[in-house]
Design a protein. Structure first.
Length: 340
């Protein structure tokens, strides 16, 4: 089969001919129908921090159709069914796995970064991390469930979003998904701050009430308070660079919450007393769990989510590498998908 393989940072991904996967016990093989390119993919191919293993087929936002079923799978896993899932290969037996949180399994590997992913014609998946989709859900919708789940999980991690003023720092795909779910879950007012103007325009499409260029709290807060009426009770940090948590603590209302969703891999600093004097709650949010996927699939099946604006480009293998590289520069895309 054809597949997109990572070899080393700074080198474009290459489309190669590799061996077809075969399902192990408890696994299925899908024919991938769509697989989205994620910001994590771009970062992982830039700075080599060991998250992405050389020689790996990338892609973790997939949807596809079952073409082979391994031994020991329950009867509902049969050829022709639509599937997406949490992109993990995990033990299936530890406590996190049993409660539907394979991201916390200590023996897990991430598909598309450490195990074979979805930028390929075929892909092997654990059934315990996969989700059967109803036929009414399209391939693009199916492949959007993973990036949507990141935002949903973050919003569910807030104690209660209903009726609240919200500030989302960063309008990358994660910040946009957070904005989408804040509106869905009943936030009162959503402000997004973002340096790039076309991303600010995108935030408006993702339900933001007000969008401002990112800046120092002293400059941005008067704008937010004028629009929203007061400081935000909930702040989502969706940037992932040093200094953002401190800014969130400075901008959030007394008694509020700061949710850290951006993945910052460098040392960061904040003054604990600044958070203490406001009696804040801070939470760190990791990815998603099975329940997030189930909820989104259910809502899509009921036509409760309009995601038609989210996939902004589709490419085949021939154009894939070029499309992937083009996303490294500022761009107006929300999500580009491979159609193998
Ligand atoms: Zn992703
Ligand atoms: Zn496990």
């Amino acid at each position: 089969m054809r597949a997109v393989v990572f070899h080393e940072p700074g080198k474009p991904l290459s489309t190669e001919s590799v061996e077809d996967p075969t399902p192990r016990p408890g696994q299925i093989v899908i024919a991938v129908k769509r697989c989205g390119i994620c910001g994590t993919d771009l970062h992982a191919t830039e700075e080599h921090d060991g998250l992405l293993q050389p020689g790996t087929i990338m892609g973790h936002e997939y949807a596809g159709e079952i073409v082979a079923v391994g031994a020991g799978c329950a009867a509902e896993w049969k050829s022709g069914r639509k599937v997406t899932g949490i992109p993990m290969h995990s033990c299936g037996d530890c406590r996190p796995c049993r409660v539907g949180k394979p991201m916390l399994c200590t023996s897990a590997s991430i598909l598309g970064l450490q195990g074979a992913g979805g930028f390929a014609e075929y892909m092997a998946l654990d059934t315990h991390n996969s989700l059967l989709l109803p036929d009414s859900i399209g391939w693009v919708e199916g492949a959007l469930i993973e990036p949507l789940a990141v935002g949903l999980h973050a919003v569910k991690m807030a104690s209660d979003i209903r009726g609240k003023r919200v500030l989302i720092m960063g309008a990358g795909p994660v910040g946009l998904a957070v904005s989408f779910w804040c509106r869905f879950m009943g936030a009162y007012h959503i402000t997004v701050t973002e340096p790039e103007s076309f991303r600010r325009d995108m935030a408006t499409k993702f339900s933001a009430d007000a969008v401002f260029p990112a800046g120092q709290p002293a400059d941005v807060m008067p704008l937010i308070e004028a629009e929203a009426g007061a400081a935000p009770e909930v702040v989502f940090e969706c940037v992932g660079i040093p200094g953002m948590i401190a800014q969130g603590i400075e901008m959030v209302a007394h008694g509020g919450e700061v949710l850290v969703v951006g993945v910052c891999t460098r040392e960061d600093h904040f003054v604990p007393a600044a958070a203490l004097l406001k009696e804040l709650t801070t939470r760190f949010v990791l990815a998603y769990d099975n329940a997030d996927f189930d909820m989104i699939a259910g809502l899509l099946a009921m036509d409760k989510l309009d995601v038609s604006h989210m996939c902004t480009g589709t490419v085949g293998f021939a154009d894939f590498s070029e499309a992937f590289e083009s996303l490294r520069k500022p761009n107006a895309h929300c999500k580009i998908m491979l159609e193998p």
